[in-house]
Design a protein around this ligand. Structure first.
Ligand code: URP
Ligand code: ZN
Ligand code: ZN
Length: 463
């Protein structure tokens, strides 16, 4: 007996058509009209889209950061993801300076195994440019199925690495079939401005944004792209927050370079004024790069439409206001950076992009699923509706409406940066490798059912 998704409109990154979708076991086995219903459990997809499950290429679960550990672990974070229509995440395994990359991957396997409710893959961060670390990159790609490596130009004394390390990482990835990801903000300049602001008694959350001016992101994005150009390596710029950084990516692509860009839901709907909310509520928006002036939102959305930005990640990194964000009550630089966005990533893209009349439904699928799957070596097993692909399927009701709230969400955190926003379009059902994980507002998945998926080697022609 299989599961037959009946009466819906199948949408991939390129096609939209009426068809039924049958899965048996964990894979899609047939797509067609009038597939006989006998012998199968039938799921009603009338008046709904049948989409490939979302791929969230940027999450931080169970991650030590900012003097604390993220509020969501692999169980609660993936539960939120599943409820929002995401069926695979790619989480960052944190490398520790002086330690091996293998240890970082092993640590992240321990965090995820037995907890994740949907499938997961890993990126690695790079904490040092030692010869041993660089030599390990190709091993990680070939043996561990990690195809991407993130370097941080910001977070001085914590995750920051210098240009020498970035350049060596670019060369190593170029040679081994890896994709370098970059957090592009000038960490040296930010440190100077931050110290000066604090010395002047400027301690409120809004100073997080004011000490990380947009030029810091613009400069670092330009620099990273030039470093990639010199190295002859592809580059993926994570969490692009501003028109200035997005323009740098467009410039690189106009020069024919394999540069990719990702933006996130928070940059499409939040703006600088959120930092000025009373009662320390601005701390919810302390994430990096910071939320920018409102006019940037329209530019980022148009870049998504034009595929000048190709990927849409959540950068989910959740901290409670109570007990965690509060660490920076008297000093904005001590507020742990990040926000809970894994659950509402697709809803925001649909609301702002599709309902807003900017994105077509195929672009929605491409940005939220197919492109991340291609970039991170998961396609075509993930990221599309096709015979032989995993039965990671979302029945998406384009008319259903809900209001986002921390009281109702499924993440383990006391705040939501989209609080109060009403969105139209949400999953009716979500399937992970053929098993239902979301039935409307009810989570019906299983702790530990999610499996690790290896990423294939990166090739620039994939996207
Ligand atoms: O504020 C953020 N973005 N926290 C997560 C870490 C990162 O830089 O991606
Ligand atoms: Zn980052
Ligand atoms: Zn991040």
């Amino acid at each position: 007996m299989g599961t037959l998704i009946k009466g819906g409109t199948v949408v991939t990154a390129v096609d939209t058509y009426h068809a039924d979708v049958l899965f048996e076991g964990e894979q899609i086995v047939a797509i067609g009209l009038n597939i006989p219903t006998e012998k199968h459990g039938v799921v009603d997809a009338s008046d709904a889209y049948v989409l490939p499950g979302g791929i969230d290429p940027h999450t931080h679960l169970d991650m030590p950061f900012g003097g604390t550990v993220t509020a969501d672990d692999f169980e609660t974070g993936t539960r939120g993801a599943a409820m929002g229509g995401t069926t695979t995440i790619v989480d960052f395994a944190l490398h520790t300076r002086g330690d091996s990359l293998l240890n970082a991957v092993r640590t992240w396997h321990e965090k995820a195994a037995g907890k994740a409710v949907i499938d997961y893959a890993f990126h690695l961060t790079i904490a040092d440019g030692r010869d041993e670390t660089m030599a390990e990159i190709s091993k990680m790609i070939r043996e561990q199925g990690v195809n991407s490596f993130k370097v941080f130009m910001a977070y001085k004394h914590v995750l920051y690495v210098d240009d020498e390390t970035i350049f060596k990482t670019l060369q190593a990835c170029r040679d081994a079939g890896g994709l370098v990801q970059v957090h592009a903000e000038n960490g040296d300049v930010i440190e100077v401005i931050t110290k000066q602001a604090l010395a002047q008694g400027k301690t409120e959350p809004k100073w997080h944004a004011l000490t990380r001016p947009v030029e810091c992101e613009g400069e670092a994005t330009h620099r990273a792209i030039r470093l990639a150009e010199i190295a002859g390596a592809p580059l993926y710029v994570v969490h692009v927050s501003s028109a200035m950084a997005a323009d740098a990516i467009s410039d690189g692509r106009k020069r024919g370079l394999p540069i990719y860009g990702e933006t996130c839901p928070q940059y499409l709907v939040c703006d600088f004024s959120d930092y000025e909310r009373p009662n320390f509520e601005g701390a919810k928006y302390v994430l990096s790069p910071p939320i920018r002036e409102k006019w940037n939102q329209g530019v980022l959305l148009r870049k998504l439409k034009n595929m000048e930005l190709q990927s849409f990640g959540s950068d989910h990194c959740s901290f409670n206001l109570c007990g965690q964000k509060e660490l920076g009550k008297n000093d904005f630089s001590k507020i742990p950076n990040g926000a809970p966005t894994i659950e509402d990533r697709l809803a925001i893209l649909y609301e702002v992009g599709v309902n807003g009349g900017v994105l077509g439904i195929n672009a929605f699928v491409a940005l939220g699923s197919t492109n991340p799957a291609k970039l991170f070596g998961l396609f075509p097993r993930k990221g599309t509706i096709a015979v032989g692909s995993d039965a990671d399927v979302v029945v998406w009701d384009p008319k259903a409406t809900r209001t986002i709230s921390a009281k109702a969400h499924h993440m383990n955190v006391d705040n939501n940066v989209f609080e109060g926003m009403t969105v139209t379009g949400r999953p009716r059902y979500v399937f992970s490798r053929g098993a239902m994980v979301a039935d409307g507002e009810k989570f019906v998945g299983t702790k530990g059912a999610g499996k690790h998926v290896k990423s294939a080697t990166f090739y620039p022609w994939q996207l």
